[in-house]
Design a protein around this ligand. Sequence first.
Ligand SMILES: *Cc1c(COP(=O)(O)O)cnc(C)c1O
Length: 482
Amino acid sequence: MPKTIFEMSVKGRKAITLPKNDINYPVEKAIPGKFLRQNETHLPEVSELDVMRHFIKLSQLNHFIEKGFYPLGSCTMKYNPKLNETLVNNEKFNNLHPLQNEESVQGALEVLYELQKDLTEISGMDAVSLQPVAGAHGEFTGIKVIRAFHAANGNDFKDTIILPDSAHGTNPASSTLNGYKVVEIKSNDKGMVDIEELRKVANENTAGFMLTNPNTLGIFESQIEEIAEIIHEVGGLMYMDGANFNALLGLVQPGRIGFDVMHFNLHKTFATPHGGGGPGAGPVGVRLFLEKYLPVPMIKKDEDKFYLDYSHEDSSIGKVQAFFGNFAVNLKAYIYLKMLGSDGLKRISENAIINANYIKAKLQDIYDVPFMDNCMHEFVICGEKHKKAYGIKTLDIAKRLLDKGYHAPTIYFPNIVHEAIMIEPTETESKQTLDEFINSMIEIDKECKETPELVKNAPTNTPTKRVDDAYSVKHLNVKYEF
Ligand SMILES: *Cc1c(COP(=O)(O)O)cnc(C)c1O
């Protein structure tokens, strides 16, 4: 490979050099003039230095985890070790072809096998499929497994999935895509599933219940055993949305507290950066009685040999993705887990929980925190107070945070909290960063009182000022004029 554009152009020129013994051969003699182009060949020419500066400048217009704090709740925007990226680029892995025969890809199969096993151990589930490539895709797969289970047991009439009103939008979407009706129940004043409401709607038509735990308010659903009992009693299954699994690693096994199916977001919890729309991975774990419905193939081991197992093909929901899922994302999760070990894994969740509680404790006298119990890895502020007192919306506060060098937290989700601001610091941030963020939030509160126009017109120092969100969605313009 040529290293610089200069070398590249020298090399390119060589390729069109005329034969040595006829160096002055006039082109015009060989090609009649009418065929020769009249204008110069217009190819872009630019030095490596200029190209580099251009792209570095562009990258700095954006916000990214390497540049600053990124407290985007429910998304787990943690810093992931760069070592994973280096290792995953190893050509021994990325030169493999998915159609190679089993004998020649034993190492890759071993990675997948071990990852299935590790996720099983962490979740308390009995089997894991690595095929789905997103959280939503994992949900789709998991609900399909639930459907296949009911069909196999002659319970085709079950037509409803229940979920709380704090659920992520993908939950009703995955249920509907699988042909289910969705019944939403209200959360109680603690931000948890209202057991009485659940009792009212659970019946023989209930196929399953989908729950994020800790839920999207950052609260651990401590009544989980009772919820599972109510659902299991009517023959339904318990699905856990594992997007918030970063709070439970090494602490809680969903498969042991009442859940039958769950998905993992490897791109939130296990070392793949989350953002830019992928690629991700959303493996699905199930309890033993559901294993035969998982997508084929599973990766199995027979003595020392790893192989692709299609043996449950007849009962399986089939394939949900080409080959075995996003191999590179799975490989990164494998490396991350091997690096951390059991203690490291637990420390992730412990630190994520401490960090969120630290920020919450420092902000709860200034901002409204509707659910005052200890939070897990994230918590939600209600911006209603600032709206009433100063006419400042949550959106304005989020925009002002951009001026102070942060990515804004998640806003207006979950929908059940008015003017919601959802903060998830993750385990990877230092106390200094958390303190700086807390100070910025305190400063913004002061600005709301003293200089509200500043907050309402934020951001002021970003490359793009406030955009009309609705207009920009409806009139996409992604063209760059040269
Ligand atoms: C992110 C998220 C999902 C969906 O995961 P994707 O990988 O983005 O498809 C589902 N539920 C919750 C609670 C989430 O935060």
